[in-house]
Design a protein. Structure first.
Ligand SMILES: [Zn+2]
Ligand SMILES: [Zn+2]
Length: 146
């Protein structure tokens, strides 16, 4: 799974709009943090990276929406994303397909409920970024950014 170029730019902007860009680490710091999380070690506030946090939240949500099909690699189907599923493009496609209607498959029980006026991807990036901002404020990682 990999966030596509288009959605990565949207994620960066959402973090930047909330004044959190100074907390976005270098590639090296982000890798160390990822290793800490994978190994289940307690993570340090100093290595908290809002962009990586957003990345993990989006991937987690995509797995909730799509199940393990979020993890497949398909060079043909996802040719424009190095063969990987974008955790925003695919859920949005599924969401749009089921918005107030069935997709036509009689076995399918999915239905999408509009959450607001924004499409799925924008809505989810905004919601997740807001909770990241909240986290940063609670941990005093940002000085009272409004
Ligand atoms: Zn995408
Ligand atoms: Zn369906």
């Amino acid at each position: 799974m990999k966030i596509c170029t288009h959605h990565w730019a949207m994620c960066r902007k959402a973090i930047d709009d909330r004044g959190l860009t100074p907390l976005v680490g270098t590639g090296q710091a982000a890798m160390e943090r990822a290793v800490e999380e994978i190994e289940g070690r307690p993570t340090e506030d100093a290595t908290y990276d809002p962009l990586m946090a957003l990345n993990y939240m989006l991937m987690g949500r995509a797995i909730e929406v799509m199940g393990l099909s979020a993890m497949v690699t398909d060079m043909e189907r996802y040719a424009d994303n190095d063969g990987e599923v974008c955790p925003l493009c695919e859920p949005r496609r599924i969401f749009d397909l089921h918005l107030g209607k069935t997709c036509g498959d009689p076995q399918c029980t999915l239905s999408a409920i509009p959450t607001g006026t924004k499409p799925y991807d924008e809505d989810f990036i905004d919601g997740a970024s807001d909770s990241i901002l909240q986290h940063c404020r609670e941990r005093w990682l940002v000085a009272g950014v409004q």
